[in-house]
Ligand binder design. Structure first.
Ligand code: MP5
Length: 219
């Protein structure tokens, strides 16, 4: 295993408690068991739609800052996938009579703004580490819902979206590309990458918790 592959493997080990908390969060557990209250799911849908809309801008910034053409093109392809994802949200909202014109919750706004700041001001590996954490968190939580094996009904399209072979390949690409970019990088860069990965994963936990509690601004 190369030095940077070992570094990423250690990072995943360090992040294990966050991952365990993500997969065992009541939102994810109840989604998997088919017992999630519909208003909690609707709140997730509204907030995640806003988050993905912000993610499109994040992708735009990262396309501009990509260190080479191969990376830039992979990010462009992912931006096209995000475009289709927005259609999925809008379609579902139409079918279920849900409004998507809501205010972002504090966690949604804070998380999206944190990611935008990383894309605009972070080093490229630091930004990519946060992207890997966010996407891997969704892959692993939605895969755990899929593995529970219940007929998912209205949730099926979301399970399919974040467990598709294309999404698995994108998450693998993020890890491989990050490992490649980190070869020979100094300790302070590795430390920035570690912090970005762990902070993003913690925001993923906060996001499930926020939607479960349907948390809005207290004042
Ligand atoms: C993703 C998401 C997955 N939609 N929402 C949160 C809170 N985290 C991760 O990212 P994408 O860009 O929708 O595939």
């Amino acid at each position: 295993m190369s030095g940077s592959n070992a570094f990423l493997a250690d990072l995943l080990t360090e992040a294990r408690p966050i991952w365990d908390a993500l997969v065992s969060h009541p939102f994810v557990q109840e989604l998997a068991a088919g017992t999630l209250a519909p208003d909690r799911f609707a709140f997730w849908l509204q907030q995640d739609y806003l988050f993905v809309r912000e993610a499109v801008k994040i992708r735009g910034l990262s396309i501009a800052r990509a260190p080479d053409e191969g990376i830039r093109r992979a990010l462009i392809d992912n931006a096209a996938a995000l475009r289709r994802e927005l259609d999925l949200f809008e379609e579902y909202a139409r079918e279920h009579g849900l409004s998507l014109e809501v205010e972002p919750s504090p966690v949604c706004l804070g998380y999206a703004a944190y990611r935008q700041a990383a894309a605009a001001l972070g080093t490229f590996p630091e930004f990519l580490a946060g992207t890997w954490a966010a996407e891997k968190a969704y892959l692993d939580t939605w895969s755990s819902v899929r593995r529970a094996g219940r007929p998912a009904g209205i949730y099926q399209r979301w399970i399919d979206n974040w467990t598709s072979p294309g999404f698995v390949a994108w998450v693998d690409w993020l890890e491989t590309t990050l490992a490649h970019l980190l070869e020979g990088q100094p300790q302070d860069e590795l430390e920035r990458v570690r912090a970005a990965f762990l902070t993003t994963a913690r925001f993923e936990y906060l996001f499930w918790d926020m939607v479960y509690r349907r948390e809005t601004w207290p004042v």
